[in-house]
Design a protein around this ligand. Structure first.
Ligand code: MF3
Ligand code: CO
Ligand code: CO
Length: 252
């Protein structure tokens, strides 16, 4: 069942989503060559705790850290580590999920570390466009599959691939709720959107093939062919007329 949030629940979703977005903006200033993903984790953890919230990933199904940090060919679910130091030319996705007043807010962004080559920048730019084009189809009466259809069309136009195994998701009182938002789908498939639904759009776009594998730590997902992967994520509310991006700050 897909939960429909009440006015009050939507207010609380907005609060937790704003906190997640602020955390992502806060950490951006620390993303530089020489810092470790373990240190980035600790900074986010402290920031979230100070607001009276908790980081949703910590101990979620055994995940050991407070944020996910996914570098280069890591598609998602990278575990922060003090041994993993950012280098010039890396791309780094930081995924923040906060739990505040019983609601989760989820957002992520791929950052450029120092001088990134133009081809890689293009992948990151197109991954952002893929998320936005998926979001733009959202309105009551549209289908969840319409999102993935729009995402895949744009990704394939650029000869990139779309990861299938990891999806967007309903979000609210639970971190992952129904529906699943598949990012490579057919138009008109899946559940129909209704006002009050909240879910994420978070396409993972690979420069090479779509195939992925999970590393021996049981979490990190990488591209099988070692190609680079980029991702962006927002939490969205379906409104009476369209959508609202709950994890978007006014100043970016
Ligand atoms: N935040 C991720 C998502 O976008 C999920 C991370 S699960 C974790 O859905 F356990 F790795 F934290
Ligand atoms: Co998510
Ligand atoms: Co996320």
């Amino acid at each position: 069942m897909i939960s429909i949030k009440s006015e009050r629940e939507i207010e609380l979703m907005k609060e937790t989503c704003l906190l997640a977005a602020n955390t992502l903006q806060y950490i951006e200033g620390f993303v530089k060559e020489g810092i470790s993903t373990g240190e980035l984790n600790d900074l986010c953890h402290e920031y979230i705790i100070k607001q009276g919230a908790t980081p949703s990933p910590l101990n979620y199904r055994g995940f050991p850290k407070s944020i996910c940090t996914s570098i280069n060919e890591v598609i998602c679910h990278g575990i922060p580590s003090y041994d993993e130091i950012l280098k010039d030319g890396d791309i780094l996705n930081i995924d923040i999920t906060t739990y505040y007043k019983n609601f989760h807010g989820d957002t992520n962004k791929t950052f450029l570390v120092g001088n990134v080559d133009p081809e890689t920048k293009k992948l990151v730019d197109v991954a952002h466009q893929c998320m936005m084009t998926g979001i733009e189809v959202i309105k009551p009466g549209a289908f969840i599959g319409d999102i993935g259809a729009a995402v895949a069309k744009l990704a394939h136009h650029h000869h990139y691939s779309v990861v299938k195994e990891y999806c967007g998701h309903g979000i609210g009182r639970e971190f992952h709720e129904e529906p699943q938002v598949v990012h490579n789908a057919r138009k008109g498939t899946g559940a129909m959107m209704k006002p009050g639904m909240t879910f994420t759009v978070e396409p993972m776009i690979n420069r090479g093939k779509l195939n992925s594998k999970v590393l021996s730590d049981g979490w990190r997902v990488v591209t099988r062919d070692g190609s680079l992967s980029a991702q962006f994520e927002h939490t969205i509310l379906v409104t009476e007329t369209g959508y609202e991006i709950l994890t978007l700050l006014n100043n970016n």
